[in-house]
Design a protein around this ligand. Sequence first.
Ligand SMILES: [Zn+2]
Length: 76
Amino acid sequence: MKCALCQGSMLSGKTTLPYETGEEYLVVVKDIPAWVCQQCGDHFVEIKVVREVERIVAAAKQDGVTLGFVKYKKAA
Ligand SMILES: [Zn+2]
């Protein structure tokens, strides 16, 4: 896979993404599988992973988490 910004090569790695789900909500998801550009450091997260992250954020919100970190993990 090539980077959309600089055409550098991308390797599979991990990233951390902050998700604001409203004015009073900020959930940071850690250990998200992503492609990482070796040249410019840009991240690319696959759409199926983004969906999973959205599910995790929604679940955290339901659990009453309004500010914090959650670890990415796939639904069993
Ligand atoms: Zn790049």
